[in-house]
Design a protein around this ligand. Structure first.
Ligand code: BV8
Length: 232
């Protein structure tokens, strides 16, 4: 591992599971409680904005009740101590990577703590609710939506992500089912470019067979052990 100079890490809901944030596809997960088409698509938002705004208000409010877990802490340690290039690409819309102290974080599916105005298209940091249709801090129109990438919408900063993967010598996927594209395809892009690939996940995922190495276990145990191994 000593010749590793450039790492891209992809994280999914599994890294936040031990912090008490529901994953999407595990038993009792978010997609069992809500119909994806109703709460995570532009069509669902157009059909019933109140339902969607309440869904994200509930998740935003839950953030203050959870804390980073040892997996987030280990990635923050890597961010602080690893002298090479590092990019943490997260599919998660929670703020636990940042609260653990990581700074090189890219939210490819947006963030609960950001609001997007559909009138002026400006983004504003947001910790409150949106279901009461507050005025946009920039243009005052009552047209704020969650700054979250829904199904059918283009994830954020894709060019920057693909450039980072091209330049990486290690791609690590942590806590994701490999069910949603384009994130689920990153391992294949990496592998086609000769990048070493490692998966850390509770169970085998839909993409496990694409990884050079796949370790099963809880992120709270696997990630600190992997970071220790890398930094030693
Ligand atoms: C796009 C934000 C194109 C919202 C999310 C057919 C084929 C291929 C693709 C498609 C297709 N039909 C449609 C598509 C495209 C679609 C897609 O991939 N659909 C899938 C269902 C087939 N993708 C899109 O629409 C994307 N956009 O393609 O745009 C485009 C092109 C041109 C112009 C415009 C557009 C956008 C997708 C983004 C959707 N938004 N999230 C929100 O959070 O509410 S998706 C959401 O689910 C997550 O963000 C994440 O990306 C995705 C997967 O979730 P995971 O993070 O993996 O969580 P999951 O519960 O699934 O798994 C958790 C894992 O953790 C499990 O494996 C579990 O074992 C593990 N785990 C649990 N506990 C632990 C653990 N691991 C370790 N430790 C533990 N303790």
């Amino acid at each position: 591992m000593s010749d590793i100079r450039n790492i891209v890490i992809l994280t999914g809901a599994g890294i936040s599971a031990e912090s008490g944030i529901d994953t999407f596809r595990s038993a009792g997960g978010l997609w069992e409680q809500h119909n994806v088409e109703d709460v995570a698509t532009p069509e669902g938002f157009a059909r019933d904005p109140a339902l969607v705004l309440n869904f994200y208000d509930m998740r935003r409010e839950a953030l203050c009740k959870v804390a980073p877990n040892p997996a987030h802490d280990a990635l923050a340690r890597l961010d602080a101590e690893f002298s090479g290039e590092l990019l943490i690409v997260t599919q998660n819309v929670d703020d636990l990577h940042e609260r653990a102290g990581a700074s090189r974080v890219l939210h490819m599916h947006g963030e609960l703590k950001s609001a997007l105005c559909t009138s002026c298209e400006m983004r504003s940091p947001w910790n409150a609710t949106l279901s009461d249709r507050p005025p946009c801090p920039v243009c005052q129109a009552p047209t704020l939506r969650p700054d979250v990438v829904w199904f059918g919408e283009m994830p954020y900063q894709m060019e920057r992500i693909y450039r980072a993967i091209r330049e990486a010598d290690l791609f690590v996927s942590i806590g994701t089912s490999g069910a949603v594209y384009p994130a689920a395809g990153f391992v294949r892009d990496a592998r086609d470019l000769g990048v070493q690939t490692l998966e850390l996940n509770l169970e085998r995922s839909e993409g496990s067979h694409w990884f050079h190495e796949s370790r099963q276990g809880r992120a709270g145990e696997l990630v600190p052990a992997w970071v220790e191994e890398l930094l030693r």
